[in-house]
Design a protein around this ligand. Structure first.
Ligand SMILES: Cc1cc2nc3c(=O)[nH]c(=O)nc-3n(C[C@H](O)[C@H](O)[C@H](O)COP(=O)(O)OP(=O)(O)OC[C@H]3O[C@@H](n4cnc5c(N)ncnc54)[C@H](O)[C@@H]3O)c2cc1C
Length: 243
């Protein structure tokens, strides 16, 4: 019988249950074959066996696949050419001479007229330094701010203390070669797992490039695993992700 083509096969296949649930050309058109289709004198394609439906449900993969549909993660997502760093670099380009690096703020004091910020050099330590101004626009995270010596009233202090932060960890892993492309034929995209790392993100630039490549080796948030990762020092996070 002539091959009716993909649409014919889908049409004849009917409902979803048959499409997902059974071994055969319909399901293998989507999920792949035990032995791939070829031509000429090659053996016939052998369909692969679908995972049991219950196993797919149990994997909770659905929770991950719908991430892009979360209200605050709108589907239209752009990325700066060259990476997120380019935003910070643009600030440096415009106002670079005003930026003082490695200034770790230890106190923020204010009176009716001025604000005085005390800071130390985060690399060398040394004697505290101060900077005074009419106003201070402070963007230190509240979970750090509540550990700093502050001149604020009780309602403000209560508000600073009241805001919890989510735990989240991302881990970049650099490898000597892009083995996911060379060995697995994976170009960009995400692998969702049920492991503590949650997901692996593949670089969507420089496909097929020789030499080193960086993977997002873990991206985990809002879960006990996120607390496990964020409680570890960076070198132990790396070990855990590679494991
Ligand atoms: C792993 C992870 C993944 C995330 N993914 C996303 C995402 O995909 N999309 C998204 O929208 N958001 C994401 N977020 C959240 C987003 O990164 C944060 O909401 C955002 O960066 C917060 O910005 P911020 O300026 O308030 O704080 P931060 O970006 O944390 O900046 C605070 C700055 O204050 C500095 N600082 C701290 N203490 C002091 C001190 N004593 N003196 C001087 N400076 C100090 C820090 O060094 C830092 O530079 C993610 C967060 C994490 C951790």
């Amino acid at each position: 019988m002539p091959d009716p083509g993909l649409f014919g096969r889908l049409h004849r296949g009917g409902g979803r249950t048959r499409f997902c649930g059974r071994e055969g050309p319909l399901s293998s058109d989507r999920r792949g074959y035990e032995r791939d289709p070829g031509g000429g004198l090659m053996d016939e394609a052998v369909p692969s066996e679908p995972l049991p439906f219950a196993e797919i449900l149990r994997s909770r993969v659905w929770l991950r696949l719908v991430l892009g549909q979360i209200y605050e993660f709108q589907s239209t997502i752009f990325q700066p050419v060259g990476g997120m760093d380019m935003i910070a670099r643009a600030f440096v380009r415009e106002i670079g001479s005003l930026i003082r690096y490695n200034a770790k703020v230890t106190a923020i004091k204010q009176d009716d007229k001025h604000v005085t910020v005390t800071y130390v050099d985060a690399r060398t330590g040394g004697a505290p330094m101060t900077a005074a101004a009419d106003w201070c626009l402070c963007t230190i995270p509240l979970s750090v701010l509540d550990q700093i010596d502050l001149d604020v009233g009780a309602p403000m202090m209560n508000a600073i203390n009241a805001v919890p932060y989510g735990a989240a960890a991302k881990i970049g892993l650099q490898f000597k070669r892009r083995f996911w492309e060379q060995d697995e034929r994976i170009y960009g995209g995400i692998t969702y797992t049920d492991l503590p790392i949650w997901q692996i993100g593949y670089p969507n630039t420089n496909y097929g490039g020789p030499g080193k490549g960086v993977l997002l080796g873990a991206y985990v948030f809002d879960s006990p695993y996120a607390y496990e990762f964020t409680a570890l020092p960076p070198e132990d996070r790396l070990k855990k992700a590679i494991e």
